[in-house]
Design a protein around this ligand. Sequence first.
Ligand SMILES: [Zn+2]
Length: 283
Amino acid sequence: MKIIFSEKCLEYGNGHIESRERVKKAKNFLQESGYQLEEPDFAKEEDLIKVHSKKYLIKLEGGEGGDQDTPAYKNIYEYAKLAAGGAILAAKKQSFSLMRPPGHHAGISGPALGASTKGFCYLNNIAIAVRNLNKKTLILDIDGHHGNGTEEIFEKDEKIIFISLHGRFFYPGTGTTSSKKSINVPLPPDCGEKIYLNSLINALKKINLKEIEVVAVSAGFDSHNGDLASLGLNEKSFEKIGRIIKGLKKYTFFVLEGGYRHIGQNIGQDIDSLLKGFNSNKK
Ligand SMILES: [Zn+2]
């Protein structure tokens, strides 16, 4: 499987937990492990407008729309468009988009579903890719935080089913209830692999897989033990998650969300584990 990546995503933002270093380390690790990289193009306005309000896009382009978690970096609109383009390419090629900034907290017009900030996200990359592909899709959000932006965007879209597993008390505090098409699984912090995997399998049992053509994975790794939204997972847990996703036997792609700072590790190892689990025969 190819890794979608552009060096451009390392140009901006320092001193923030969502750092260029986290993605740079991951990229180096994956490249040394034999993965090939492919450069994305910028997402087009016509793709963005299918997800975000025109007003919000104009604000972002004009250097506004930042908040305490999500600074209005210089040219962030361009970087966000490239990350969205990465997700679009990953969707086309059934690949993994290793781009920043992340996206799943970005709602239609900014912070989503009652949250006061956009949680390091500007454009909702996975939502833009899913709308671009325009198929019946299951979005599986395995980031340790609730994908509130993604849920908000697809709330009324009958084509899209959303599953999110996340820590109950973590930012943004949403995702405590479910509907027929948005299955939220709030878990106790540091719950560990056994509870996590059982919860994932149970959530997947609730949907009619026959109605799904595509699986889009919001691939966050901050649920790793010791990271920002720890659910007590380790490298091997991600391999098991990868195997469960493979078992769905669908057209699948992955888009990076969170994953920051577990000690002595880099998220490249977790990504490699997830992809090994998903497909051990090819890279
Ligand atoms: Zn997260």
